[in-house]
Structure formats: structure tokens, C-alpha cells
Design a protein around this ligand. Sequence first.
Ligand code: FAD
Length: 398
Amino acid sequence: MTLALERLRTHVLPVAQAHADAVDRDGRFPEETFAALKANGLMAVLIPKAYGGEGLSLLEVADLCSALGQVCGSSALIYAMHHIKVSSLVFHGPGSAWHEGFMGRVASEQLLLGSATTEGGGIGGDLRSSICAVQRSGEGEDQTFTLFKDATVISYGVQSDAILITARKDADSPASDQVLVVAERHQLKLEHTGGWDTFGMRGTCSDGFGLTVNAPARQIFPLAFADIAAQSMLAHTHILWASVWYGLATEAASRAQALVRADMRRRGAAAAGGGNNPSPGMARLAELMAAVQAMRGGIVGAVERLERASADPALLETVGFLIDMNTLKVNASQSAVDILNRAMVICGIAGYRNGTPYSLSRLMRDVHSAPIMINNDRILTNVANLALMNRFNGSLAG
Ligand SMILES: Cc1cc2nc3c(=O)[nH]c(=O)nc-3n(C[C@H](O)[C@H](O)[C@H](O)COP(=O)(O)OP(=O)(O)OC[C@H]3O[C@@H](n4cnc5c(N)ncnc54)[C@H](O)[C@@H]3O)c2cc1C
């Protein structure tokens, strides 16, 4: 167990658990959880030690997201989204003085980073297209930019210390010629355009905003967003989202296991009075554990695939790698929903009711964000197009 996981378990999970129902009921930001994460220095664990972080591996960070997901889905998703933004700094910040300095500040000030990729005007979750554009003025070190984005969904926009935003490189660029910019709180104006009264993940507070930025041009990542997305962001997004959903799924599985155990104890007592009386949930529990194991294998396999590709960057941009990272999102989101459904059948009325030790309501509502958080149909359309240009590889060795 890493020291970070130990700190999370001891100092953060009890806080997140204590407030999870209120966060869900009131649709409010999990401020107590994030105060505890910051107080325990857990906002910069992915950042290399050279920049003030802890230099954890992606799998170790995924494990933190999953552990948090077991107690509060909204906290876990916010924590995962923050680390997805941090990953862009870690992989594409070195070499740019401003981004290196900002990475150090994320660590020393425990900053929370948000994301604005989704846009109105028909763009929606199409990450690789923007309508909004960066408008530069001035020259050299003094160059600044302005940007307006109709950002229809920004999770914890109000609480973010900085937001990473996609936009076209300039007013003449096509929709896919994008940059990624970092805008700090004092450089942002947020005009509220839509609320977040949703079925699940209510504490992410993913409201809509008209977003205006005015900032120095050095805060624009030097690398094109197309390369950032392909080389790091797509894989980190899907792995960290999947780890949150895995947390929801394993919590549901552990509640189903506890119910079958309790049922077996009760039946054991009855059997002492005569007869062999196994719980009807036994076979279903075994199937549930198989589904959990398959989901875990998919996530760990994707992390290994990313590590192998990172050691050989040419692999990062292959069609096969892109297909694997996209199908991870589709598979993990479907598996998580499937595991929740299986757990509900095992827990029965005790799972359906609120306020029992086996209640699945919040987990069930949170997990349904998974297939629509960038719609699986949209991702499958991309996968199908990629698959048509790729020679099928059935090798287990990759
Ligand atoms: C909990 C949560 C938190 C979020 N937080 C953020 C955030 O912090 N920042 C942010 O920028 N965004 C955020 N989002 C928004 C998210 O990234 C997507 O933009 C949003 O889910 C809409 O995705 P979509 O446009 O793919 O699908 P939908 O709007 O669900 O799509 C509607 C329908 O159109 C179909 N469709 C649309 N285009 C295509 C296509 N090209 N091919 C096939 N089918 C298509 C879809 O399959 C679907 O049937 C969040 C979403 C959720 C659920």
C-alpha cells in the first residue's frame, strides 16, 4: 500500500463517507472531502517529485480514485477529473517554463483543476472539435489572449482554482485545429447558464457557464491539442474514469456479498433445526465476482498497455492503441452498470430500499453516468471507423 493510499484511508475516506448522502441529496460540492484531500497533500500525487509531487504511478492514482468511489462517487469523479488535467501538465508541461511553474504551484498550493471541453452549438462531447477560438494580441512575452466558450458542462467550475479549456488555435483555424489553455481563477469570468439537477453524480455540480478568459499567451500549451489527446489525455481519462466506476461496482459487490453472508448465517441457524438450505444468492454472487474480476482485468490491462506504449511512443498513436483506450471506456462503463444490476438482484428489496446496509440507490444512480459521460454510441462510432482502417490483431502479447 502506498503512503498516499494510507493517508486517504485514514484521513479522507471517513470524511467522504460521512458526507456522501448529504452531497448527493443536496447536489452540493463535497467540500469536506476536498478540504481533507488538500490537508493531506493528496492533490498532486501524480506530479513528479522534481516538481513537488509524489510521483505516483497511474495505477496507484487509479487505486485512490477507486477507493474514494467506494464511499462517494461524486468525490471520486472530481478527484479523477482533476488528475486527468494534472496528467496534461505532467506529460506536456516540461519544457514550458510557465507550465512547469504551475505544476509546482498545484503541488505547493494543492490547487483543484477543472475541465471545459464540452461546448454548445452542436459540439457536445466531441472532444476533438471546438467552435470557440483563441484571439491573441501583442507580441513576445507580453502576448495575451482572450477566449469565450459556451461551456455547457463544467464540473465544479465554481470551486476550481484553474480550468483547462479546449479551443481553436485562432479564429481562422478549422474546428479540429485546437489548443489547450490553462486559465486561473482570477483570469476567468463564469456566467451561469445552466444547472445540474441530475439523476446521479449530483455532487460534481456540473453546471453550464459562459466562460470568458483573459490571460497571458504563455499559458497555452505549446503542443497541439490533437497530440495531447492522442499521447496522454484519452488514455488517462478512460483509465481514471474506469477506476471510479470500478469503485462503485466493488462497493455494490461487497454489499451483495455481505447480504448473502448474512442470509447464509440465518439459513445455517435454520439448518441446525434440520435440512440443508443454501442461500439462493450463492450462484449469483459467484457470477458477480467473475464480472468484477473481468472489469478489473480490463482496467489493469489498459494501464499495462499504456505503460508499454509510453516506453515506445510510436505505439501511442497507433490505431490499435486508440481502439483499446476507447473500448476500455465502453467496456468499463457497461460492466459497472451490469455489476450494479447483478448486485441489485442479489440484494433484492434490501438493496432497493433506502437506509439499509445493502441500499444501492446512490451507487446505481451514480453508475448510470458512466455510459453517457461522452456517450458510448459516440465512442463506438469512432471505434468502428478506426477498426475499418486497422488490421485485426488477436495476439495476447499486444
Ligand atoms: C457526471 C458528468 C460530468 C461531466 N463533467 C464535464 C466537465 O467537467 N467538463 C466537460 O467539458 N464536460 C463534462 N461532461 C460532459 C461530457 O463530457 C459530455 O460532453 C456529455 O456527456 C455529452 O456527451 P455526448 O455529446 O457524447 O452525448 P449526448 O449529448 O448524450 O449525445 C446524445 C446522443 O447523440 C449521439 N451522438 C452525438 N454525436 C454522435 C456521433 N458523432 N456519433 C454517434 N452518436 C452521436 C449520442 O450517441 C447520443 O445518442 C460531464 C458529463 C457527466 C455525465
